[in-house]
Design a protein around this ligand. Sequence first.
Ligand SMILES: NC(=O)c1ccc[n+]([C@@H]2O[C@H](COP(=O)([O-])OP(=O)(O)OC[C@H]3O[C@@H](n4cnc5c(N)ncnc54)[C@H](OP(=O)(O)O)[C@@H]3O)[C@@H](O)[C@H]2O)c1
Length: 346
Amino acid sequence: MPFFDFIHDQREKLPLATSLVPSTVNIKDGTYIVTGANTGLGLECARHLVSLGAGRVILAVRSVSKGEAALADIRKTTARRTAGEVWELDLSSFASVDAFIARLNTLDRIDGLINNASVAMPNHTFAQGADVETSIFVNVVTTMLLTVRAVPKLQESAQKFNMTPHLVIVSSNAGIGNDMKGRVERCQGDVFAAVSKPEGFTAFSQYPTTKLLQIYAVRELASLLPVKQTGVVINHVNPGLCYTELDRNAGILGKLYMAIFRKLLARTAEEGSRTLLQAVWAGQESHGTYCSECRIRDEKIPEWIADENGHKTQRRVWEDLVKRLDKLDHGIDVAELLGSKTAEAK
Ligand SMILES: NC(=O)c1ccc[n+]([C@@H]2O[C@H](COP(=O)([O-])OP(=O)(O)OC[C@H]3O[C@@H](n4cnc5c(N)ncnc54)[C@H](OP(=O)(O)O)[C@@H]3O)[C@@H](O)[C@H]2O)c1
């Protein structure tokens, strides 16, 4: 994306949260889950949902104590003294994701699952028990696993309550920068093995790579699960540059770079969180698209992602993700999701 476009987008005044709830949505009946809700954009998004009167807001966090502190703060600032709940979710652990999904399946309904949690790693490490670099594992592998495994509950909610639930993945414009062009195409063999190699790892390029992989994966998943067949909208959203703790693991230079950049252009976390709300209530036409500045902005997706070659890469990323999950005993079968819906409808 040209730099001047980025500046222009950052300076755009975003609509207030209160104006983002569509008249067709009865938020009081709704159940919303926000991952990584103890801080940053996730916290502000959860705060808005509570403040707007959502029936049930689940803060999915890897540290329950941090989650409880965040919830106490939300309750204090919104004066909804009993609203919200904290559920444990550590995306670096399959066991935690499995337990979370089992709990999620006990819910009566889900109106929105906002997959917001992500990590930016300063150094190369492998996720425990997986041959995958940690940020690729957390931001892509388990984030997409959680997304796919939540689909049946959202499908069920759509049918039972005659509404349109949303699966939102918080991606980033960092994934669509021109410097990302060819990043996946250049990978030799399995994409997840290639991007997990310690050789060539830099903190500056790894985080955008995770965001690019998310974008390919979301676009492919949305094309495999058309909203007309599932009743579930899957989209992704760029919150823009915001004041958060995302650079907490960065070195001094990285922190300095981010501090200068933020001082000049960043939104507050509250402003950025409005983009997450827009995505969770966006219309069916947002399925598979990139939202940014509180609207669908799929025109921002560069040609090299949107063209035929980009589609091939998108399929390759998805196929390698499915193979990887299979190998790690966490196989997903997207065709089965359509099958079960068709069977139920008969
Ligand atoms: N801030 C920006 O400028 C910006 C720009 C574009 C996109 N984004 C995206 O916005 C989203 C939110 O980021 P943020 O800026 O709010 O960053 P943040 O302040 O660092 O928050 C990230 C959240 O993710 C959680 N998390 C990290 N690793 C996790 C794991 N293994 N399991 C479960 N949760 C985990 C963190 O929990 P802990 O506190 O326990 O670590 C935290 O709650 C991310 O997807 C990010 O990529 C941010």
